[in-house]
Design a protein around this ligand. Structure first.
Ligand code: GUN
Ligand code: FE
Length: 469
């Protein structure tokens, strides 16, 4: 009987962005994994022991099928993506109902759909399909909003664990009877807080049990999740801040998303959305806030000072944010930023699509959009554009650093989370007739033109989770 061994070494070329602003190509390198699926050694062609280590890895692969992977001449690896903002129960409506303003879209379309997660089996089915879809697009780590239901939310955690995806999931809190439908809300603030604690306990137990079984389990984490200020009572917001503080838990919410949303906190508290969230103890280094388009200078400083992370969702912003997100301005002010799809405010589960939109939106912010406005006043009036490699950083290491999780690049000590890109698929040839062979051009072709079909394999924590024929 032959047993399939754990992957121990990969020989090939690897693109990644270990720092913001620049990419690196590890051309013809040997990446070695430990038993936990973590990168323990990288040897590059030209290093003294390269040939010897490759020979040993090949021999190990010959003895144990599965222990060694050699990428083909037309293949290259990228890190698995980190998606910092997703609503799992909205997956069935991705691409649907994007023509209403945010408040109408939530009340009339989204909350009735999310209410269906009262059925935990349905929640599991949707969560599993979404996790598999994300993996097939190269996304190995996701921060999810589930629904307001305890069991439905836990079903999403189980589905992601079963799919082999690293997932941080939150049971959504939306408890204000004046702001939510009776058919879809927490019964009381106390119930919302109790369910949040139970949810965090269940996810921690799931994580411990799976890790005990499998040293390459990618991880299941919980997050404290007030939907956004307009959905929650003061009591729930304060209680959630306290739960997060005592447990040192992740926090996720929406902040300063659009014209309407950012005005709610100002009317209710006489403070900005960001200041109000801070006053409830909801900002900090484990706090990830979606959108953040309407950021005053004070809000930006507050994020930088507290270490709060922005989940930039550029496709969603085009529909619901009434503006483009000042990514570069926030980055230069020292704010940590990652990228999110915001399924289904954003229609695409692909981080490639979001990388592209992040670049394009930043250019439109810089230059302006209305040709009837004089060029001197048309744009933002400050440098706003970001490059494709910068957007790749946000989609990989930026998101990983934001979560404090060791993934997002090919460096020793990081999980082997990778997508193997076949640059020569039929009808998806990224090689450009061999004319543009500089690494920057090869990477640009991948970032702008890769289709799901080009993603031949996806690995998460050293385990093969997607393989295309
Ligand atoms: N604000 C509160 N809930 C949501 C949501 O589900 N999607 C978006 N885009 N914004 C929100
Ligand atoms: Fe959202």
């Amino acid at each position: 009987m032959t047993t399939i061994a754990n992957l121990k070494a990969v020989l090939g070329s690897f693109f990644h962005t270990p720092t913001y602003g620049a990419f690196e190509l590890l051309e013809h390198a040997l990446v070695e994994l430990d038993d936990a699926g973590t990168i323990c050694r990288i040897t590059r062609a030209g290093d003294a022991d390269f040939e010897q280590r490759v020979a040993a890895a090949r021999a190990a692969g010959a003895a144990e099928p599965g222990a060694y992977l050699e990428l083909g001449a037309n293949e290259v690896a990228l890190p698995g993506f980190v998606d910092l903002h997703v609503h799992a129960p909205q997956w069935p409506q991705a691409g649907v109902a994007l023509d209403e303003p945010l408040n109408v879209w939530l009340d009339e379309r989204t909350f009735p759909l999310e209410a269906r997660f009262a059925d935990a089996e349905f929640a599991y089915a949707v969560g599993h399909d979404l996790a598999r879809t994300f993996l097939s697009r190269g996304t190995t780590t996701v921060l999810y909003f589930a629904s307001a239901h305890l069991d439905g939310s836990f079903a999403v955690s189980r589905a992601c664990a079963d799919a082999g995806q690293r997932a941080i999931v939150g049971k959504v809190v939306m408890d204000d009877p004046a702001a939510n439908h009776d058919f879809y809300r927490d019964a009381t603030p106390d119930q919302a807080l109790a369910d949040t604690e139970t949810f965090l306990d269940r996810v921690a137990a799931l994580d411990a049990a799976r890790r005990a079984d499998d040293p390459r389990f990618a991880g299941a984490f919980g997050a404290v999740t007030p939907r956004f200020i307009p959905s929650c009572t003061d009591e729930a917001l304060a209680g959630l801040g306290e739960i997060a503080r005592t447990r040192d838990a992740y926090i996720q919410s929406h902040c300063n998303e659009g014209e309407w949303e950012h005005s709610v906190a100002i009317e209710r508290f006489g403070k900005t959305d960001a200041e109000a969230l801070a006053s409830f103890g909801l900002l900090g280094p484990k706090s990830i806030m979606a959108h953040c388009t309407f950021m005053s200078e004070g809000d930006t400083r507050l994020f930088a000072e507290t270490g709060t992370v922005v989940a930039h969702c550029p496709i969603s912003n085009a529909y619901f944010a009434n503006s483009a997100c000042p990514v570069r301005r926030m980055h230069e002010a020292g704010v940590h930023i990652g990228l999110g799809t915001d399924i289904s405010g954003g229609f695409s589960p692909s981080m490639y699509d979001n990388i592209r939109q992040a670049v394009m939106a930043s250019r439109m912010l810089e230059e302006g959009v209305d040709a009837l406005v004089d060029a001197t006043r048309r744009g933002a009036g400050y440098p706003a554009r970001i490059s494709a490699p910068e957007a790749l950083y946000l989609a990989t290491k930026g998101g990983a650093e934001a979560l404090g999780l060791p993934t997002g690049s090919f460096e020793v000590g990081r999980a082997f989370d990778a997508q193997i890109i076949d640059t020569r698929r039929a009808f998806a040839d990224l090689t450009g007739f061999g004319i543009f062979n500089e690494p920057a051009d090869r990477l640009a072709r991948i970032l702008y033109l890769a289709t799901p079909d080009n993603i031949r394999q996806v690995w998460c924590q050293g385990k093969l989770v997607i393989e295309r024929a």
